[in-house]
Design a protein around this ligand. Sequence first.
Ligand SMILES: [Zn+2]
Length: 104
Amino acid sequence: MTTPRLRSRSVRKKFVKGRKFITKQKKPSKTICGLCGAVLQGVPVRGRYEMSKLSKIKRRPSRIFGGVLCASCTQRLLIEKTRFKKGVLKKEDIPVSHLKFLKI
Ligand SMILES: [Zn+2]
């Protein structure tokens, strides 16, 4: 059997002449929304090295929660935040998963 570090499915093995082999990392996964899990638009699917070569505006949308939450979740959060500030909503009415983004 192969060595334990090569048993992972995330590592692809490519055998070359003789006994040498090249390991290749799996394709990077798409960025998903922190609340609903939808695939984020405007965020390129690249590795860490290629991402560092891009300019900051090409890495994620330049709005609030860009690259973290999808547009509809951001809109919902901002509505909740303003309603909380106006006193319409109470802290108990806001879902617990939303609180870490609102910083209330
Ligand atoms: Zn979402």
